[in-house]
Design a protein around this ligand. Structure first.
Ligand code: 5RP
Length: 293
């Protein structure tokens, strides 16, 4: 390990130079992966736009039933046509998602905490590779806690999951957690996203922040942006727009869709930004037209 003395702060991200993608496959950093991995990644990232709209409903794995997700069986099916990937727990998927749906599956595989904990940073790998294969998962999502007490165990979870998933060509998505002790700064997100990518994650889920383009440039795999807490719809669209404009290859939205008064129209509008180049303002106009029809 390089000694920490004399570490120079990274500063030149060559933002004008596109990623020198090895092997030419359209998903960043996946050029040297095998056919099966690429197939799973193409079930996540649309080959035309290169982007994805993930609908996240895995909150119950530590929050229990949260506002807007009281009835998974009623909330999820109407949204399926308008998203690319379903991000959920195996319990939610098996009980409330029609298996005949054709969408990508991002399977939440870690667990171990609840809202009753103060420190949420200690999780375990709860779903094994066999069950991910049974669920036909297109990626396994592992929560990581950089800078928190659970850092070592969470990075061990990520590494173990990657080791196993690689054996059967299943991509792994490293999820950057932001706990109360973690600063939502570009410095933190640059560190966290790069660590997860260097450990072998094929996709990173993180949050939007200032200097986001530098985070994207420094990360050799695609980044999707979590929606975070519920915002007014126009602000959520601005978040999605800024994320895509900044180089994210998609969003992973939960609360800003299922806590909207118009979840389906919200998903349709976010889709316009992610896949059709709409600005946030154009998407909000589209949303307004939809709900006033
Ligand atoms: C919940 C998660 C969610 O997948 C992620 O945060 C996206 O959901 P939201 O847009 O509501 O933040 O990790 O634990």
């Amino acid at each position: 390990m390089a000694d920490k003395d004399g570490l120079k702060v990274a500063k030149d991200y060559h933002l004008d130079a596109p990623f020198a993608n090895e092997g030419g496959f359209y998903v960043k950093g996946a050029g040297n992966l095998d056919w099966g991995m690429k197939k799973h990644l193409s079930n996540i990232f649309d080959p035309k736009s290169g982007n994805t709209v993930m609908f996240a409903f895995d909150h119950g794995y530590f929050m229990g039933s949260t506002a807007g997700l009281e009835r998974l069986d009623l909330v999820i099916p109407p949204l399926i046509p308008y998203v690319d990937v379903l991000m959920g727990t195996r319990g939610a998927l098996r009980t409330c998602v029609p298996p005949e749906n054709r969408k990508g599956i991002a399977l939440r595989v870690t667990s171990g905490s609840s809202m009753l904990n103060d420190d949420l940073s200690h999780e375990c790998l709860a779903v094994d590779l066999e069950d991910a294969i049974r669920m036909n998962a297109d990626c396994m999502a592992v929560q990581t806690f950089i800078g928190a007490d659970g850092q070592l165990s969470s990075l061990e979870n990520l590494s173990r999951c990657i080791n196993e998933a690689m054996r059967y060509s299943i991509p792994v998505m490293g999820v950057v957690a932001v706990g109360k002790d973690m600063e939502r700064t570009d410095r933190f997100f640059k560190l966290a996203t790069r660590i997860l990518a260097e450990l072998g994650a094929n996709i990173i889920k993180t949050y939007y922040c200032e200097n986001f383009e530098e985070i994207i440039a420094a990360c050799p795999v695609p980044i999707v942006v979590a929606g975070g807490k519920k915002l007014p719809e126009n602000e959520a669209m601005t978040l999605a727009y800024n994320s895509i404009k900044g180089g994210a290859k998609g969003v992973d939205m939960g609360r800003n869709i299922f806590q909207s008064n118009h979840p389906v129209e919200m998903a349709q509008s976010i889709r316009k930004i992610v896949h059709e180049g709409y600005t946030d303002k154009e998407a909000f106009e589209y949303f307004t037209d939809l709900i006033n029809k």
